[in-house]
Design a protein around this ligand. Sequence first.
Ligand code: SAM
Ligand code: SF4
Length: 474
Amino acid sequence: MLETGNKTIEESRQGEAYGFGILGENNGYSKRFYIESYGCQMNFSDSEIVASILNGEGFGATRNLEDADLIFLNTCSIREKAEQTVRKRLTEFRKVKQSKPSLLIGVLGCMAERLKSKLLEEEKLVDLVVGPDAYRSLPNLIDEAETGTKAVNVLLSREETYADISPVRLNSNGVTAFVSIMRGCNNMCSFCVVPFTRGRERSRDIRSIEQECTDLWNQGYKEVTLLGQNVDSYYWVDQQSGDAFDFAMLLERVALINPQLRVRFSTSHPKDITDNVLHVMKAHENICKYIHLPLQSGSTRILQLMNRPYTREWYKAKVAKIREIMPDCAISADIIAGFCTEEHQDHLDTLDVMRFSAYEFSYMFMYSERPGTLAAKRYDDDVPESVKKTRLEEIVALQNSLSLESNQRDLGKNFKVLIEGNSKRSVEHWMGRNSQNKVIIFKKSDSKDLKPGDYVNVTVTDCTQATLLGEIVC
Ligand code: SAM
Ligand code: SF4
């Protein structure tokens, strides 16, 4: 997620260009596509499906804009700022298009879905507008655009899960991968545009998920993250046998592929995460002890306006349950500052739930009114920008101290760490994560022949608010 998070990993990926990875630059394709992804992990994952479809059409990936015959932006509409970023980026393509008039520029994802053909009127540079359920039609749309006709497909589907398409793992570290298990969302939180841009909720065939995870394991991957807007409402019925599978069952099936394959998931709506899921997590060491549990607000009144069907007490009880079943489980949250009608007391309620939950980290945002949402229709966006900003700053400051305290509690502890690669700051250090999703940096050992994808035991010797620092345990 973007913006003022104390967790900046995803922020640094915004606008990331795909290109290398499995494909490489000299991969024998005669035509090239360039793709940048914005927003949530679902979009990054969708770009890998798009890459797979484009490969089938003879397009190879490139990281150089100038080499591209086709430029795609896979966009996000969640906040106004996300859309502004994309519009600004589009203007930067003008020069490239001038020097290569045959170049096609396409907008994919949530912005395409929200604005539809209006986007073509507003952004003259754009040749293709393709919604998140229409990627199979890309080959036809590209053909159409190549003839000079603007091409649009923003049809949403009740069935599309791209289950049979093998994503091309671009920009992969070869260790961790994302696997989409469901699409869309039925929740209709009043602030959120996702139900309008990504359509109704649908779950993917459990067999295709297991197969994709097994293939990843066989290719050497050591960690899969099961992805969806609301993974806990995963529900798939085998039409032949009539057998039904919920998220707890799926999680267990994936965990059983191999005990050395780590399993993560995101995102959990607090209303849907069941005790069954918590017990499955506890029972399998390879299911990571980390739950992202978006709070949004700590005020029951605001939660009601947000159409989040829980109270502050109910949410706290859920956190307590998680900590009771898995005392070592890390929890993170999404929090919105300054939703419509929010008073100072509502804000204090949010800070209170944050303290109670002792989140390991959070993604924190100022409320941004989105056209077409229930909140935009029903309520005034009446909290002044300056108040939103001050409240967000207080939320961030509290989270920073909670994160530091959480990291300090880890000093002296040993963790099993999956090595993901070199530390960004020094090739003499490894970067990895523990089960709780905390980043740990530690010095490479002369005596151990380690590589990315290996597990290693690390003792935490020091920390910052964002990172643990440690030493390999001999
Ligand atoms: N499905 C997840 C859930 O609610 O459990 C969240 C997915 S949403 C794409 C990611 C986060 O963006 C939300 O949890 C919310 O905090 C934030 N968000 C969504 N709409 C927003 C808006 N209009 N203004 C500010 N933040 C927003
Ligand atoms: Fe948006 Fe709510 Fe669905 Fe999350 S659960 S994607 S916040 S509507």
